[in-house]
Design a protein around this ligand. Sequence first.
Ligand code: ATP
Ligand code: MG
Length: 376
Amino acid sequence: MKAYLVGGAVRDELLKLPVKDRDWVVTGATPGEMLQQGYKKVGADFPVFLHPESREEYALARTERKNGQGYHGFTVYSAPDVTLEDDLKRRDLTINAMAKATDGTLVDPFNGQQDLDARLLRHVSDAFAEDPLRILRTARFAARLQPMGFKVADQTMTLMKNMVAAGEVEHLVPERVWQEVQRALHENEPGTFFKVLQDCGALNALIPELEPAESLADGLNALRCSHQRDLPTEARLAALLSPLASLEPGTAEHRARSLKAPNECIAMARLVSDAVSALTAAKPLEADTLLKLLNDSDAWRKPDRFQVLLGTLACVLPSPSLANLDQLRHAYEQSASVNPQSLMAEGYAGKELGEAIQRERKHRIQLAIDRAKGNA
Ligand code: ATP
Ligand code: MG
């Protein structure tokens, strides 16, 4: 039996990037022999094991063949006669299909090293077309490695276009799509992920509202800003989807939901979209509008989330509306200190107490607006 370091670890080592986790492929062994040597089985569908000490993943060399549509239609074959090259051949990109023997020899049957040097993301074989998730993975590697000069190889882009045209994107499991989108939002150049998806036609299936060039450009600008500010996932998604605020109310929220984003992301997409509509309206801001934004975002009980909302809006709003964002911030600062205790001491309770708190908040917001007017 022989073990080889494979995939991302080999790629990242050659690129002199930090290696996160190391995966191994084992040839010439059976599951029984692995267990005998103390490895622990982890894969339910695949023969994957954990090393007894390092806890790194060791997978028996395997082949995969497509036998149906969608992500589950694969037949896995693993036996001691499956070679390392067989295993590397089922991988997505040539730069991910290299292996390193324990003596340091590079095994590179698909010229991954050459593509690394040429900064090309290239598919290993036409079997790439069997799994549409590879489109998203390729876009994500483009987003990660773009700053180093990587781009998708022309032939691979053509193949991805053909896959999209054949309706392959429809077969993606939404949960897997979200997993890739979520990761992409935190890559070095998140916008590149969505540009690659647009180039191959997949964006139209996943976020059709961003298909118009101007919408995509606005979304990507906002996304870049949220990335530079190191804002969390929900802010990045809401920034990307912010151009949807000009469409039917609820569109951004609906899109976040159909991408299977978590609740926090759906909520932020809605809050940002509503705030954009309210803060970019032509008429002067009213206390009621600001109070409603504060109430809807539950700023009182979720101050951290409210700060994320403010940060996202700073990335999203057109510059003429940034004064309105300051107003929202002031409105919060003035009204957050309304003290229920002192109102209770005045004898308010129950429903009346709630109303008194709202009245007092609105009053303070109005004062802040008047002061801002006076200063203007
Ligand atoms: P990362 O740094 O994001 O972990 P990685 O290359 O290690 O990058 P993984 O998702 O950990 O990516 O997968 C490990 C390896 O398995 C990849 O390098 C690739 O060779 C292969 N692989 C993973 N998913 C697929 C897929 N859907 N199709 C083909 N090969 C895949
Ligand atoms: Mg990995």
